[in-house]
Ligand binder design. Structure first.
Ligand code: NAD
Length: 305
């Protein structure tokens, strides 16, 4: 274990760094450039990243000592897993660390839309008092459609039930036991889209889920429907969402993730019936601390054999 070196390439929580310092020399270079990374990675046994640093094939092939690549977050989008696997380098992440935090952000976006909070805030700050403009929709008794009931979807179920919502789930891979445990009704996607007042997406982005929600799906939804995406950009087809929102096919949307991040020259930015956040659903200090600790422990395990 002595002499092991860990490169911290993106800012992570101090608690994770402290865990790593128990077993290794930890070097924090959170402003390292892609060029410097390719040059300097040769000295390191492990690298920790969040979203900024890309661990490309070039980086991996320049790293003879590298044993483990850790992403202190959910998903490994910024790691060339194929190149890592070819070289026997382990790739780990912390998928469970942010589930509650993302579910809370999801509920925040649902409420922001159902009560028009962002628009109302803007209006009051402009010196206006437009009470009738901001008539809302009560969530109690409404149907929430959850697309994808994994770690985050399950946390959303618990919170939405506390709001008195009825839950419909579309997830072809969920077991009957898991559905029964959470007390949710499992339906096909069409049934969910036709019946839900609020729809929230919690599937990974895969060839199967790319543009899963496009114009034909928007056309099935209720006119009062609100859709939320805190999963990944590209699951909702943005040009079709724009059409659905501007033609009144649905009432509103809230996005934390985009087909291109940050969204550039995106017409969605000009609409009033959409609330947008900059990919912050997982950004709480609690979630980031847990992610750092989880990946630090994974690295320790690898170093200690
Ligand atoms: P998970 O793997 O626990 O759950 C995903 C669920 O989707 C599973 O139950 C799976 O059966 C289901 N699923 C897969 N393909 C499907 C399909 N074609 N149709 C319907 N259901 C399908 O994942 P999770 O931890 O709950 O995360 C869900 C998503 O949230 C991921 O895409 C993740 O990247 C994203 N996420 C975003 C943020 C953020 O900052 N906005 C943070 C964390 C996670």
């Amino acid at each position: 274990v002595d002499n092991m070196k860990v490169l911290i390439a993106d800012q992570i929580n101090q608690k994770g760094i402290e865990e790593l310092e128990e077993v290794a020399e930890v070097v924090a270079r959170t402003d390292i450039t892609p060029k410097e990374l390719v040059k300097d990675i040769k000295d390191f046994d492990a690298i920790v990243v969040r979203s900024r640093t890309k661990v490309t094939r070039e980086v991996i092939e320049a790293a003879p000592l590298l044993k483990i690549i850790a992403r202190a977050g959910v998903g490994v989008d910024n790691v060339d897993v194929e190149a890592a696997t070819e070289r026997g380098v382990m790739v780990v992440n912390a998928p469970e660390s942010t589930s509650v935090t993302v579910a809370e952000h999801t509920m925040g976006l649902v409420l922001a839309m159902s009560r028009k909070i962002a628009l109302a805030d803007k209006s009051v700050k402009e010196g206006k008092w437009e009470k009738s403009r901001f008539m809302g929709m009560e969530l109690n008794g409404k149907t929430l459609g959850i697309v994808g009931m994994g770690r985050i979807g399950s946390q959303v179920v618990i919170r939405a039930k506390a709001f008195g919502m009825d839950i419909m789930v579309y997830d072809p891979y969920i077991t009957p036991e898991a559905a029964a445990d959470l007390g949710v009704e499992v339906v096909d996607l069409e049934t969910l889209l036709k019946n839900a007042d609020v729809i929230t997406i919690h599937v990974p982005l895969t060839p199967e889920t790319k543009h899963l929600i496009s114009l034909p799906q928007f056309k099935l939804m209720k006119e009062n429907a609100i859709i939320v995406n805190c999963a990944r950009g590209g699951i909702i087809k943005e040009s079709d969402l724009y059409e659905a929102l501007s033609s009144g096919e649905i009432a509103g949307a809230a996005l934390d993730v985009y087909e291109t991040e940050p969204p550039k020259e995106n017409p969605l930015l000009e609409l009033d019936n959409i609330v947008l956040t900059p990919h912050i659903a997982a950004s709480t200090s609690e979630a980031q601390r847990d992610a750092a600790i989880i990946v630090a422990r994974e690295i320790k395990k690898v170093f200690q054999g």
